[in-house]
Design a protein around this ligand. Sequence first.
Ligand SMILES: [Zn+2]
Length: 76
Amino acid sequence: MGNSYGVQVFCEGTQGTFEEQGTVEGQVCEKCGGRLVRGYYKSDPESWAHLAGRAGFMTLCADCGHVKDFQCTIMN
Ligand SMILES: [Zn+2]
């Protein structure tokens, strides 16, 4: 399959989608030992309408969804 999937992620009070861009080498999830992936997170359109939109580069676990790191680059 491709490396893009619409994982539902909950981050900083917003629900959004995560688009995977690659696996993080040499690290595993601290919660479940799963695979960490790097990608781009964007909160849903409703959050932007409520001035709570967030988007940026994120590292999360592909297995349990634990957000390890989030660098918010766009917000309103
Ligand atoms: Zn995990």
